[in-house]
Design a protein around this ligand. Structure first.
Ligand code: FMN
Length: 209
């Protein structure tokens, strides 16, 4: 499927056929998340796949009882790893880019310019900036996964109205992870119309506003 076709076809699904999603399809979706662009290549996303119906029921309760969450055949709990933007881990990620031969920065540039700059290194601005940056990255990965879900013939629903701390506790996640959003996956049992969007004339501008 062409990317633009997947973009056009993606709609939020809230009615599911009660059939499981094949592991290969979930793996393809996760692979798309893994390929999302990442600041400094820190890749702070972490994904927990839940297919156990009892756990899904618990997750739905922690999402205000949204019925389409409880009925979803699979949920990817999309999390962030806060320390990915610490100085040492950000440096490690950049070093990996150098080792992979995709960047040829000398250590001096890495330490003095990149990691020494408020512009390039979120750790310098504190924990809040690091968490915002990690959240942003997780969201990009979710967006990628929605498109691969379409490519795999799956419906999906991004769900952010969730009690994050409670989900964290329920799944016994590591302390240095934070829960971001759910991505529900399954075969759609509906054919929703594309939701309206603002016209380009209202949101896009050439050269000046
Ligand atoms: C960050 C985010 C959080 C969302 N949270 C929920 C949610 O908790 N429950 C839900 O049913 N839909 C949720 N949605 C889906 C939106 O309601 C949906 O994308 C929007 O209505 C536009 O429809 P479309 O996705 O079909 O274009 C969320 C979407 C995003 C991007």
């Amino acid at each position: 499927m062409e990317v633009s076709e997947a973009i056009q076809k993606r709609v939020t699904t809230r009615r599911w056929k009660q059939v499981p999603v094949e592991k290969e399809k979930i793996l393809s979706v996760l692979q798309a998340g893994r390929r999302a662009p990442s600041w400094g290549n820190v890749q702070p996303w972490r994904f927990v796949v839940i297919q156990d119906q009892a756990k899904i029921a618990e997750l739905a309760k922690l999402a205000g009882g949204q019925p389409h969450i409880g009925a979803a055949p699979a949920i990817i709990v999309c999390c962030g790893f806060m320390e990915a933007f610490s100085k040492s881990m950000h440096r490690e990620s950049l070093k990996q880019l150098i080792q992979a031969g995709v960047m040829d920065w000398p250590d001096e540039l890495l330490d003095n310019i990149v990691l020494g700059s408020d512009l390039f290194a979120p750790y310098r601005l504190g924990e809040q900036a690091m968490t915002i940056k990690a959240s942003e990255q997780v969201m990009i990965s979710i967006a990628y996964m929605t498109l691969e879900a379409v490519n795999q013939g799956l419906g999906c629903c991004w769900a952010g109205a969730i009690s994050r701390k409670e989900v964290h506790n329920l799944l016994n996640l590591p302390d240095n992870w934070f829960v971001h959003d759910f991505l529900l996956l399954g075969y759609a049992d509906e054919n929703p119309k594309p939701r309206p969007r603002k016209p380009l004339s209202e949101i896009a501008f050439w050269e000046k506003v």
